[in-house]
Design a protein around this ligand. Sequence first.
Ligand SMILES: [Zn+2]
Ligand SMILES: [Zn+2]
Ligand SMILES: [Zn+2]
Length: 233
Amino acid sequence: MKKRILVVIVALLMVIVGMAAFTACNTCEHRWAYRSEEVLREPTCTQEGEKACSCYNCGAEWTEEIPKIDHDYSMRISTTATCTTGGTSVYRCTMCGQEESKYDSALGHDYSGYFCKRCQKMDEGFSKVEFNSGMFDSSNLFSNSLGSFILSVDAVAGSKDVEVSLFASGKTTGMVVWTAVILNDTEKSFECSLAGSGSLRYGSTTLLSKEGQLENPYSASNNYYIKLTVSKL
Ligand SMILES: [Zn+2]
Ligand SMILES: [Zn+2]
Ligand SMILES: [Zn+2]
């Protein structure tokens, strides 16, 4: 009987002591207000630092890791990305010498109107055209689902008068509307836009023609580009 009571008392004591220890630990938490810290080793960009901590409240002492600091990258070599080629930037840490490379993909053209703002390349939709060229100049052959169009652009040097003629061979029958936009690449300028309409007949050739005015007098030393769009009415 006596032995059993003793066992119960011991068990109860153990529970109380355990709870007391748990409570004490929980109450302190080594709060920042009670802390004293001393840096033992400053962190660098390659190694963590260390600090000694102590708690005024409970007297505990321990060490803590200080996280690494960031690399201090400064740019070393760089090639700038262009419309068609990628760029590389190599950054080197001034503290540890570690290098980091950053690749930029090609920017792609940024068209503003008819030309790329960066490299001045012309919109892909334009084809070089020779004024007063023979009508079978292959560079002046356009084609779409409605038919094939041989384009002839006529102008006289020094004059602003221009005529665009389309020899259209229809793949379809019906009314079409067409627009020819002419650009002067040497001056990087818009010259004129001519729009017309006409009827196409399947398997036969039609002449669609329009006269207009260039912004600047035609000069053989300039390069001219034309964008032709033909759509069914
Ligand atoms: Zn404490
Ligand atoms: Zn570093
Ligand atoms: Zn470009």
